[in-house]
Write a protein of this length. Structure first.
Length: 285
């Protein structure tokens, strides 16, 4: 995988010299496309197979949804980039044991859903469709790219009782920073990604507005931030900046789990479920 990423970056940088428009179009297309469709991991198979599979329509793109439980106390689980809903399998059983009903989906271009690409605004629309179907969420548990998606949706009216942010970036700008770092892209290509994203999505202050730390006063629900010190995709300093932006939030730092294994590890599953079970405030948002 690393070799393929390195080769892709070299090709884009070479194209940027001889055919800049082609390189810019290719880099932009890649930025919004996941790196392949993640399969269901063997350790997730049993939980994945037990889900009730459904679908929501997003402008003609079928989005696959998964639910467990009796529908009471729904908890929305948001996966990250190049991931899928089944990655929360390690948390689903504990949620069911506590009387929650987990709800998740594969974003467009991910897992078993249609499409080839996705963005934060599509995540937000899917979350709203699921709220119409399941009612207000008892909580949202988000990982990686799902974290800024959750913060944005909650700021703009999605209703949930609590939020758990796992391995998420504090600033939305990190998405471009990490993409260009992995591919070692020329600065001109990175700048094109920034400006064209603003133009196409139609949000002038996109990189500020979609950040997890934007307008923290708008989020009034309890917040737990979970991050691993060995996360090589989103550094642990992001968790500390989110924690500083939200007075009263809780911070759980682990080590040795990295960016992806942190999701189902017992070291976080227990504290996450305990946080959800804590006395909720009178208002959900």
């Amino acid at each position: 995988m690393k070799a393929a990423i390195f080769l892709t970056g070299r090709l884009l940088n070479a194209a940027a010299v001889v055919a800049p428009p082609l390189a810019r179009r290719a880099a932009y297309t890649l930025f919004f496309r996941p790196a392949g469709r993640a399969p269901v991991h063997p350790r997730e198979q049993d939980v994945h197979a037990a889900a009730m599979v459904g679908q929501v329509d997003l402008d003609g793109v079928p989005v696959t949804t998964y639910t467990w439980g009796d529908g009471g106390r729904p908890v929305l689980l948001l996966h990250g980039w190049s991931s899928r809903g089944s990655r929360f399998a390690g948390l689903v059983a504990d949620l069911l044991d506590r009387g929650y009903s987990p709800v998740t989906f594969d974003a467009p271009g991910h897992g078993d859903s249609g499409g080839t690409s996705t963005n934060l605004l599509q995540y937000e629309r899917i979350m709203r469709l699921l709220q119409e179907r399941h009612g207000d969420f008892a909580a949202i548990v988000a990982h990686s790219f799902g974290v800024p998606c959750a913060f944005h949706a909650l700021r703009t009216g999605l209703r949930a009782g609590r939020l758990v942010a796992v391995g998420g970036p504090a600033e939305f700008e990190h998405l471009i920073t990490e993409f260009t770092r992995q591919l070692r892209l020329r600065p001109a290509l990175a700048e094109h990604l920034r400006t064209r994203s603003v133009h196409d999505i139609g949000v002038a202050d996109l990189w500020q507005r979609f950040s997890s730390t934007f307008q923290p006063e708008a989020l009034t629900i309890p917040l737990l931030i979970v991050h691993d010190t060995d996360d090589d995709v989103v550094g642990v300093d992001h968790a500390r900046r989110i924690h500083a932006a939200y007075p009263g939030s809780q911070l759980l730092i682990t080590s040795g789990l990295g960016h992806r294994r942190v999701l189902g590890d017992p070291r976080i599953v227990g504290p996450v479920v305990a946080f959800l079970d804590a006395q909720a405030p009178a208002s959900t948002h």
